[in-house]
Design a protein around this ligand. Structure first.
Ligand SMILES: *Cc1c(COP(=O)(O)O)cnc(C)c1O
Length: 381
């Protein structure tokens, strides 16, 4: 059947009809007063979403572009940085850091395990010369479904006093509490195709006063990615270059929808979807890849000793029109990932689980009747 496809991947995520319709309007001039009003509203609502008074900058990039900009505007070649690496995205930030000639110290954990805050503490406490200029952390590691303990790691960064904390919040912002000002997070990156319920193409960065001080002495060359330009424009409800006008139309509407649901509503819905997914996966005789205590509220990675995870993905797509994500790098073929991020309801989740159950039956996996749906529905009472 046409036009019935359902994305259950951690980005791009499903986009509400209201957002799609808003994007179908004619573009207007990005220097017009009417567009300036849209930017002003978006900027206010981005601050609300980030729980911050910081300027939140909007760039025409995907999440990776936002993170790269967040690294090269506040550091200088040779600066020492600690990078948490326990999955694909942490590894990517370490690669960017190395590419730009930063003195990169990888704090690693096995994929599927959380980062150990104690290791950050040890490095930061022994740095009496204050050579560590930044700690770079992926909050929700999308490749494994692990939520790192950002709050505790950040406490060690604050005790150090000098280092900035640069956070990949791409799949935690809009899915989990990220109180930017309360925690004092310096640079927080995210992207439109994740919790924002908007198609890919926009990257966001919240930047603290402390980071703007570091910006003054930053020695990396940059022009399009010079965040000072974006800040200056933000303060005038403008943009330094031509923004993707139609994506901004969509973002305006999605932020309004998020405001109506409220932060508490958004976080509790994502927690509920996570609980449903994890309960169902276990009831179906599959294993969750990350432990319950460190579960991301955006994505659940699943393994099985008895069923081929690629066969599951194939049937889910061809027979039921549901796209699940596979594993990345060495986890290819070993896990599949269920996205429950953004515009996802309890009903969507029950549908996905019912289809997963039917798929497993078809593959000859022995499961008690309706085990998955029952376990998921039990989370709703
Ligand atoms: C999706 C994602 C990104 C950004 O990836 P892009 O493809 O550049 O948008 C970064 N970090 C995490 C944890 C992600 O899930």
């Amino acid at each position: 059947m046409e036009d019935k496809h359902m994305l259950m991947i951690p980005g791009p995520t499903p986009v509400p009809e209201k957002v799609l319709l808003a994007m179908a309007k004619r573009p207007i001039g990005h220097r017009s007063g009417d567009f300036s009003k849209i930017i002003a509203e978006i900027n206010d609502n981005l601050k609300w979403l980030h729980q911050t008074k910081n300027e939140v900058l909007t760039l025409n990039v995907s999440g990776t572009g936002a993170m790269e900009a967040g690294m090269i505007n506040f550091l200088s070649p040779g600066d020492r940085v600690l990078v948490g690496v326990n999955g694909k995205f942490g590894d990517r930030w370490a690669q960017i850091s190395e590419t730009f000639g930063l003195d990169t110290v990888r704090i690693s954990a096995e994929w599927g395990q959380p980062l150990d805050p104690g290791e950050f503490q040890t490095h930061l406490e022994s740095d009496s010369k204050k050579e560590i200029k930044a700690v770079i952390i992926t909050h929700s590691e999308t490749s494994t479904g692990v939520l790192n303990d950002l709050e505790t790691i950040n406490k060690h960064v604050k005790a150090h006093g000098e280092a900035l904390i640069i956070v990949d919040a791409v799949t935690s912002l809009g899915a989990y509490n990220v109180p930017v000002d309360e925690w004092g997070l310096d640079v927080v990156g995210s992207g439109s195709q994740k919790g924002y319920m908007v198609p890919p193409g926009l990257g966001f960065l919240s930047v603290s006063d402390k980071a703007w001080q570091a910006y003054e002495t930053c020695k990396f060359p940059r022009f399009y990615m010079d965040l000072g330009k974006y800040k200056k424009a933000n303060l005038k409800a403008s943009t330094p270059f031509t923004p993707p006008v139609n994506l901004m139309y969509g973002l305006q509407i999605s932020l309004q929808m998020m405001q109506r649901e409220g932060l508490e509503g958004i976080f509790s819905r994502h927690q509920r979807l996570t609980n449903m997914t994890r309960a169902a996966v276990k009831a179906l005789g599959l294993q969750t890849f990350a432990a319950d205590e460190v579960a991301s509220t955006a994505v659940t990675a699943v393994t099985s000793d008895t069923v081929n995870t690629e066969d599951i993905r194939k049937i889910m797509s061809s027979k039921y029109g549901i796209t699940l994500a596979g594993g990345q790098d060495h986890l290819k073929g070993k896990i599949f990932r269920i996205g429950h991020l953004g515009f996802v309801s309890d009903r969507d989740m029950l549908t996905g689980i019912a289809c997963l159950e039917a798929t497993l039956s078809e593959l000859g996996h022995k499961i008690p009747a309706q085990a998955g749906v029952k376990a998921a529905a039990a989370q709703l009472v």
